[in-house]
Design a protein around this ligand. Structure first.
Ligand code: GLY
Length: 341
């Protein structure tokens, strides 16, 4: 995985003070992973299982891009999760999915408001690799997925989602309410446990491979019982996910509207560029949300997770309760992020 030739190349580049070498006309870059420390990190408890699948790729010397796709596919397949087709529906009873992916060369792709497709992350990758576009939405995204051979799944809620939806319908008034995600919908959101703690909604994952290259993925069903057509931060490059292979990568979770407001993960990566540690960079992005919202930020959750080119990781969130999973050569562990409140 990490041979002597690569090491000498790394040492040479380091001694020249170069972080990377451009190999051929800007299409391929070599970022030696001097420390030989591939790593994958992802949001929430579900990240532990997802990281295992990503690690199978990284441990064999595979690309971070393949790792982050394979990793979150595990979560998308889970039926008792707020990611994938087992998740809670929108107010009209339909599960709509958002996802994006980004590689080490600023290539990126996303899908939003996608229905009846099991693995939106893989469709996002096809958008990146097979179209001139970055984001496809709704019926167009679905048509593209089907044309690419993805099966159209049955339109049926999982048992737990059906129950949650029926409960929600008892009290719901069908009318758009500004900031409803801050109040009513969140009280029913499956990521808020009865004891008031937050569980997972989205899975965001970023990884560095044995070559030192970074990639990331992010996938979600969005907020439970959202307005039909609502799209959050997760499929938006620079909001739910951002990767700059010279600097680092970040992903986010929580209330997407407030992540979009500050271009959350792009902001985190820019703080990494300024020399802040991953935790500090995440904290500064959270601080920006707090400054924008003031004390009303107490009623929402946003968490950021970041990885820099040295393989250092960090996270920060608004409310206590955001967990993230780490897998590398040394550990496989769940951490609790520090919080603003
Ligand atoms: N962070 C997921 C969403 O707001 O849709």
């Amino acid at each position: 995985m990490f041979n002597r030739r690569k090491f000498l190349q790394s040492s040479f580049l380091s001694s020249m003070g170069l972080a990377f070498a451009k190999k051929d006309m800007g299409t391929e870059y070599v970022y030696p992973n001097v420390l030989n420390n591939p790593v994958v990190i992802s949001t929430w408890d579900a990240g532990l299982e997802a990281n295992k699948a990503a690690w199978e790729v990284l441990n064999k010397g595979g690309r971070a891009l393949d790792a982050v796709e394979k990793g979150v596919m595990v979560t998308e397949s889970s039926l008792n999760c707020c990611v994938g087709l087992g998740a809670n529906p929108d107010r009209d009873g339909y599960v709509t999915l958002d996802a994006c992916i980004m590689d080490d060369r600023f290539n990126c792709g996303g899908v939003a408001f996608l229905e009846r497709i099991k693995h939106p992350i893989s469709v996002a990758r096809r958008v990146m690799e097979k179209t001139p576009h970055v984001l496809l939405v709704g019926i167009g995204a679905q048509q593209f997925a089907v044309a690419e051979g993805f099966p159209l799944e049955e339109q049926k809620l999982s048992e737990s989602a059906e129950k949650a939806y029926q409960d929600w319908l008892k009290k719901s008034e069908y009318k758009p309410v500004i900031n409803v995600e801050n109040t009513k919908a969140q009280a029913f959101a499956p990521h808020k446990l009865p004891n008031g703690e937050w569980n997972h909604d989205t899975i965001g994952m970023v990884a560095m491979d044995a070559s030192g290259n970074l990639s990331g993925s992010c996938t979600t069903s969005g907020m439970g019982f959202k307005m039909r057509g609502r799209v959050g931060d997760s499929p938006i490059i620079g909001a739910g996910l951002y990767v700059d292979n010279e600097v680092g990568a970040a992903t986010s979770t929580g209330q997407g509207e407030d992540v979009i407001r500050i271009c959350g993960t792009h902001t985190v990566v820019e703080f990494l560029r300024q020399g802040f540690s991953p935790e500090q960079a995440c904290k500064k992005a959270v601080e920006r949300i707090y400054k924008a919202k003031g004390e009303s930020a107490r009623s929402i959750q946003v968490g950021f997770l970041a990885l820099n080119k040295k393989g250092e990781i960090g996270a920060f969130c608004l409310q206590k309760g955001f967990t993230y999973a780490v897998k590398n050569n040394k550990e496989e562990k769940l951490y609790s992020a520090k919080s603003w409140f």
